[in-house]
Design a protein around this ligand. Structure first.
Ligand code: SF4
Length: 409
């Protein structure tokens, strides 16, 4: 492996920690005092609707990613396996349910004994069916209602009739939320929340796009850490304030030529899920090889530029039907091609994530098709988002080194 690099730290990380802590303490308070109704929502589910009706929103995927990042997931997954959830299905689901069964949570750091009990569960199957099964477990466990949007996947295009059906499904949730919250739905408040969510999205997109500069001021591994507010606080002012600050810092880095990877020589695209427990190892490995992973499909999944407060339901449905993961391979290839050009990419890293076939794109010859078309090489990394039993650190480092060496030749 190349020489270990001193990677410059982003100053905004301090504010990130404060913003995220405040959110978790707010959840802890609501969980204890029930001063606010709590909705659980899938990461690309209709959160804006719940926020506009006064719910505090909790995202189990974020909770599961925390357990992936602190590597406790590996202890919890077998508990869910023993309960009956296969080791082959989503390891977010198995980490989260396993932790629940074991009465463990990283939220203990914020004074919570367990995950905050939901008043309602909201899902969208735009990303996978696993989220529905996952939330159904909690619906049975807590005896609370579950409502959602059933979005088709593998779409060759976003059809308006599909958008219409999804918008109607969102509208149908409203009376249920009114009953649970005891609050009347206010379309103007909903428009406001959607406008804030749109602002957050556009700022997040700008943050990601700063990495198109050479050298890049931040990498995919930074993006994975700093995406927290775009996921759990979109629709709220705190997320907007945070990304304004982060964007300013990144622009300053660009102006001053500060590289996230000093001596950047190679630039890569990351496709698929992050390997949460190995972000640091991977970041260091690439940096030591003067390589920066500058763009990903994953972090761009929280850019919802199609939100339009003038047409809130339909535009929200359109935005949530348009995410990368629910499109077909032709769409995805065009998307990657565009990013490869814009971010001046030298090679593509595909993460073959054992338990997430939904967000793995290297199993149907996409890498080979892109290699032929774009004339850039690819590397497939075998691993998983949370289940580190599926990941060999040594093997992966060797493969990355060989890949970069081959590129240099
Ligand atoms: S998209 Fe993948 S990681 Fe996310 S919830 Fe679905 S199966 Fe799990």
């Amino acid at each position: 492996m190349g020489e270990e690099k001193k990677i410059p730290q982003l100053k905004s990380t301090k504010m990130l920690k404060e913003v995220m802590s405040k959110y978790f303490y707010e959840l802890a308070e609501a969980s204890k005092t029930r001063n606010k109704k709590i909705a659980w929502c899938t990461s690309v589910g209709p959160a804006e609707l719940a926020i506009s009706m006064g719910f505090l929103v909790f995202y189990p995927e974020n909770h599961a990613a925390m357990m992936g990042a602190n590597r406790t997931a590996t202890e919890y997954i077998p508990v869910a396996n023993a309960y009956g959830y296969s080791p082959d299905i989503c390891s977010y689901l198995t980490s989260d349910i396993g932790a629940y069964l074991k009465r463990e949570t990283p939220l203990k750091a914020y004074g919570m004994e367990s995950v905050p009990k939901p008043d309602v569960l909201l899902y969208n199957t735009n990303q996978c069916r696993d989220v529905y099964d996952w939330f159904s477990f909690y619906s049975r466990e807590f005896n609370v209602p579950i409502y959602g949007v059933n979005t088709p996947r593998n779409q060759p295009e976003v059809r308006e009739d599909v958008v219409e059906v999804c918008a109607r499904q969102m509208e149908e949730i409203v009376p249920h939320l009114e009953e649970i919250s005891g609050q009347k739905f206010d379309i103007d408040r909903f428009r406001e929340v959607l406008a804030d969510s749109l602002k957050c999205s556009l700022l997040w997109e700008e943050v990601l796009n700063t990495a198109a500069n050479v050298p890049a001021p931040a990498t995919f591994f930074d993006h994975c850490i700093h995406m927290g507010p775009a996921v759990v606080l979109r629709g709220r002012k705190e997320a907007i304030e945070y990304y304004e600050t982060l964007l300013q810092e990144l622009k300053e880095r660009v102006r001053n030529g500060i590289a996230a990877v000093p001596g950047e020589k190679h630039r890569f695209y990351w496709d698929g899920m992050p390997i949460w427990g190995k972000l640091r190892v991977l970041s260091n490995t690439f940096a030591s090889l003067n390589s920066a992973v500058v763009v990903s499909s994953y972090c761009n999944s929280w850019v919802f530029s199609k939100f339009d407060p003038r047409d809130p339901f339909r535009s929200m449905a359109r935005a949530y039907c348009s995410i990368f993961i629910c499109q077909d391979d032709n769409f995805k290839e065009r998307y990657i091609e565009e990013k490869v050009e814009k971010f001046k990419i030298d090679g593509i890293i595909f993460h073959d994530s054992k338990t997430c076939p939904n967000n793995t794109n290297c199993r149907y010859a996409m890498p080979q098709r892109l290699q032929e078309r774009l004339e850039i090489p690819f590397l497939i990394i075998n691993g998983d988002l949370n289940d580190l039993r599926c990941f060999s650190e040594e093997q992966t480092i060797t493969n990355i080194e060989a890949f970069v060496e081959q590129l240099e030749e």
